[in-house]
Design a protein around this ligand. Structure first.
Ligand code: ADP
Ligand code: MG
Length: 612
């Protein structure tokens, strides 16, 4: 427990004990009043102070105000009626403070699970200076600087390994507990922890652009995007509190005008105020969303705001991209059908043409070539999304892509991806590459069906034959093939409807606009593509498509909890208010109901952290 919480707990216990003792010793008149007032102030001074500050800032009618008016009122009533019963005012403060303490601990708990993610923030980078390693602020390291990461240290910036072998703990980013091995030439992602060997890394991004910064930014902003329920609550409170105060006033004035008994009705009005405090709602709803986002982040699912949780919960149609989303996007060159030039030359030219592309096909052609790319041989590169590359290699026009780009090529029909090339305007050959379906894709689709998603549809730029094969293998409902990035947008637009929401899942290559257009965009591959992190509403850090169903499940649970809390606390609240108005309840019951409801609502909200 934090120090702040311990002090509060001590204050509560001491005040409760003091009240008990004061009740045991026979005291009368002024000494009694003085001692009870002292205890009352000891437990409630901060509430009174906040209430006063609220009034000075013209912020009337918040919960501090309600508590202050009710307890000061109860105290005055006891003095005026000479009953000497000051217990009520003190008890209200005691319960209220207990509730506040409890809530503060609960909020701290769900914040901590997000703070665990915050733990990925690197404190320093080791750079070499005159043969020695010195620690510098990661934000001062320029692109291309070699940095050293020793075992146990966090990788501070994104980069490429230039020497060393090691394994990385990626769990803070991906929720994946198995370490990942890494060696020379591979990408090192900031925020991972280096486990075994010393790595030297040449940075490829500045700190502000590195994965770790992007993620921290995203998490920090997540709680500020308000959902509809949260907006509803703040609007509700704006109407509710004045309404309650007006009713209390009416209760204090109107019935006694008819029946007399001013004190009795004043007491009921004060009780009415105590009960009316909407703290259970005001606290538990943002807390539920916070817990939901926190719980999801532990599974490697980053949800950018509580508004997206709400949309996710009503998703009933999921459209998925193929390459990089359902398949690994790690192609291997399996065959070459050459036409005018030999195999080696064809791959060399294609690899050069692809030198600036981040498409998975580009990466595989470059790695199939295997030697260093001489970028000075390539000019005028133009990448046509969903089609391929047009450029000049060694001064000759080259096109590399699908048949939309090279129309006069003979058509390859089969279940591998064909990369057509033309050189100097003439068809030159086909490189056949094959992709592998991700291990979890089948299960991912099956779990979407299980949780009641009505349509799972694949949108791909690849050929019909491949799409049909993948669709059959994964148990998808439908597919659309040979789509250009713009076609994907119109397909998604056609699927948009008033009732259910549509989620689009992509890897961020060629489909960032679609991610933005769908009701909810889910991106794979935070471990690489920046466009994805930016355009998407939800990011699956471990590239695992089973995260889709998990994210929907988490959000549904979270929304369910929010609804339960709204209904439950309003029902109890209105029930108690009615009891008070008709004189069936006293302030004791009121405060008990209020704090009780809040504790239950907060406990319920915390359930959103658990994601099973
Ligand atoms: P998907 O929808 O399967 O993720 P994309 O929209 O990224 O596919 O690409 C669709 C098709 O466009 C690919 O199958 C490929 O034929 C072609 N293509 C796109 N970019 C490239 C590239 N850089 N090099 C070669 N072909 C490409
Ligand atoms: Mg893709």
């Amino acid at each position: 427990m934090k120090r702040k919480h311990k002090i509060m707990l001590a204050r509560i216990i001491a005040s409760a004990a003091a009240t008990l003792v004061l009740n045991l010793i026979p005291l009368e008149g002024i000494p009694r009043l003085a001692l009870f007032s002292a205890v009352y102030l000891a437990i409630g001074y901060d509430i009174l102070f906040d209430a006063l500050r609220g009034i000075l800032n013209r912020r009337f009618l918040d919960e501090n105000f309600l508590m202050a008016v009710a307890t000061v009122g109860a105290f005055s009533l006891a003095i005026y009626s000479k009953s000497g019963d000051y217990n009520e005012a003190i008890a209200v403060m005691l319960f209220y403070q207990t509730g506040e303490l409890f809530q503060s601990i609960a909020v701290g708990k769900s914040r901590r699970s997000i703070a665990a993610l915050m733990d990925i923030r690197p404190d320093y980078a080791n750079i070499e200076d005159a043969g020695e390693l010195i620690k510098v602020d990661p934000s001062e390291v320029a692109i291309g600087t070699p940095i050293t990461v020793r075992p146990g240290e966090k990788i501070p910036l994104d980069g490429i390994v230039i020497s060393g072998n090691s394994s990385l703990d990626t769990s803070a980013l991906t929720g994946e507990s198995l370490p990942r091995s890494i060696g020379i030439g591979e990408e090192a992602i900031s925020g991972c922890v280096n486990l075994s060997g010393v790595l030297r890394i040449r940075t490829t991004k500045e700190f502000g652009e590195s994965t770790v910064s992007k993620i921290l930014e995203l998490v920090e902003n997540a709680s500020s995007r308000k959902s509809r329920s949260e907006k509803f609550i703040s609007k509700f409170a704006r109407v509710y509190t004045p309404a309650v105060c007006a009713s209390a006033l009416a209760l204090a004035v109107i019935p006694p005008l008819i029946f007399g008994e001013w004190l009795l009705w004043l007491y009921r009005a004060l009780t009415f105020l105590v009960i009316s405090c909407p703290c259970a709602l005001v606290i538990s709803i943002p807390l539920s969303f916070f817990a939901g986002i926190g719980g999801a982040s532990r599974e490697g699912i980053l949800i950018k705001g509580s508004n997206y949780l709400e949309t996710l919960a009503s998703v009933d149609c999921v459209a998925l991209d193929k390459t990089g989303t359902l398949t690994r996007g790690v192609f291997e060159v399996t065959d070459v059908i050459e036409n005018r030039i030999d195999r080696e030359k064809l791959i060399e030219i294609a690899a050069h043409a692809e030198c600036a592309s981040s498409h998975p096909i580009a990466k595989s052609l470059i790695s199939a070539y295997g030697r260093d790319i001489d970028r000075s041989r390539v000019k005028d590169i133009e990448e046509l999304g969903g089609m391929g590359i047009v450029c000049e290699v060694d001064g000759v026009r080259v096109s590399v892509g699908n048949r939309k780009l090279i129309k006069d090529a003979p058509e390859y029909v089969g279940t591998r991806t064909a990369v057509y090339t033309s050189i100097d305007g003439e068809f030159a050959g086909i490189i056949l590459i094959s992709d592998i379906i991700k291990d979890n894709s089948r299960d991912a689709i099956a779990s979407l069906k299980r949780i009641g998603v009505k349509r799972c549809i694949m949108l791909t730029g690849d050929s019909d034959a491949i799409a049909r094969e993948v669709c059959r293998e994964l148990g998808l409902d439908e597919y659309r093939a040979s789509l250009l990035p713009a076609d994907k947008i119109s397909e998604v637009e056609a699927l948009l409807s008033d009732k259910g929401k549509i989620a689009f899942v992509g890897d961020g290559i060629n489909d960032a606009p679609v991610l933005a257009r769908a009701d909810i965009g889910i991106a794979m591959g935070a471990m690489g593509s920046d466009a994805a992190i930016e355009a998407a509403d939800v990011v699956l850090m471990n590239d695992d498509p089973s995260g889709i169903a998990k994210a929907i499940g988490i959000s549904r649970k979270c929304i369910r909890i929010v609804k339960q809390n709204i209904v439950f606390s309003l029902a109890v609240k209105f029930g108690c208010l009615a009891l008070v108005a008709f004189g069936f309840a006293n302030m004791w019951l009121g405060i008990f109901a209020d704090v009780g409801v809040m504790v239950l609502a907060v406990l319920n909200a915390i359930r959103a952290l658990k994601t099973d």
